[in-house]
Design a protein around this ligand. Structure first.
Ligand SMILES: [Fe+2]
Ligand SMILES: [Fe+2]
Length: 264
């Protein structure tokens, strides 16, 4: 788990590029210059017209470009681009939280249950991979990271530490609760992008490769999250005491964090 510091530094890197001498440092961290001035955004879902502020910005319109198989490329409208911005912001924050939860839980869980070390490491390694994926996407598409980043760091570490201290079953119940919410959140994103693919097909167009690649990544990561959920249940998550209050608090906490991070 020594790679966490490097992962965290890479998460902050895109924001650091945006520092200017005319704005407070903290505000530039929260709102990179390029995301406040859309015309400066160079990589945005394969569409050079994506930064347009013309009236056609509000609806899908042909760009004249073609997709991988030669069909006209489906151009995202403003709402769809904002959806992806928001989704990447939430996903990055969620994966940050997941790595911190496992980092805080693992020493306490494996002290009493050494046989769980490989499983905890396997789940942590997958979360670190997810975090790295969204760090790269956030940087590539110059999406503003959440302003709540430091708050979620503290909250996730506390959640991991406290459920780890409560014991193996509580730690697993925490994973079950988090993965239930995160799995369904990834599913919503997959469904939304599939609806764009359907619309594109009905118009004889096709999604940009960047979007289809993102869809594949979301499906893979969702499946891995659901695998974590299965591991948690197999390792007695339901034996946690008190199970219902613990799981409900964590699930409501996740829902609230997602809603806040979508906006802030
Ligand atoms: Fe994850
Ligand atoms: Fe997970």
């Amino acid at each position: 788990m020594d790679g966490f510091s490097a992962l965290r530094r890479s998460a902050l890197r895109p924001s650091c590029r945006a520092l200017t001498s005319t704005s407070p440092v903290v505000l530039d961290f929260l709102a990179p210059r390029a995301s406040r001035q859309p015309h400066l955004r160079r990589h945005f879902w394969g569409s050079s017209s994506a930064s347009s502020s013309s009236p056609s910005d509000a609806q899908n319109s042909p760009s004249g470009a073609t997709g991988p198989s030669g069909k006209p490329r489906y151009i995202l409208n403003k709402r769809q681009r904002e959806f992806l911005d928001s989704a990447l912001r939430v996903n990055q924050a969620g994966e940050l939280a997941a790595t911190l939860i496992y980092k805080a839980q693992t020493p306490q869980v494996v002290r009493s249950y050494p046989h769980l070390r490989p499983l905890m490491k396997h789940m942590y390694d997958q979360e670190a991979g997810h975090f790295s994926t969204f760090n790269n996407l956030i940087a590539k598409h110059q999406v503003r990271p959440t302003a709540m980043y430091p708050v979620w760091e503290m909250a996730a570490t506390f959640l991991g530490w406290s459920t780890g201290a409560m014991g193996r079953e509580a730690a697993m119940a925490c994973t079950e609760a988090v993965e239930t919410e995160i799995g369904s959140h990834y599913n919503e994103q997959v469904r939304e992008i599939l609806s764009w693919a359907k619309e594109a097909e009905s118009r004889g167009e096709e999604l940009d490769e960047e979007i289809t690649d993102l869809l594949a990544q979301l499906r893979r990561i969702r499946d891995e999250e659901l695998e974590h959920l299965d591991h948690a249940v197999e390792n007695d998550a339901k034996e946690a005491k008190p199970y219902d209050p613990l799981v409900n608090i964590i699930r409501y906490g996740c829902k609230g964090a997602i809603m806040i991070t979508e906006k802030i």
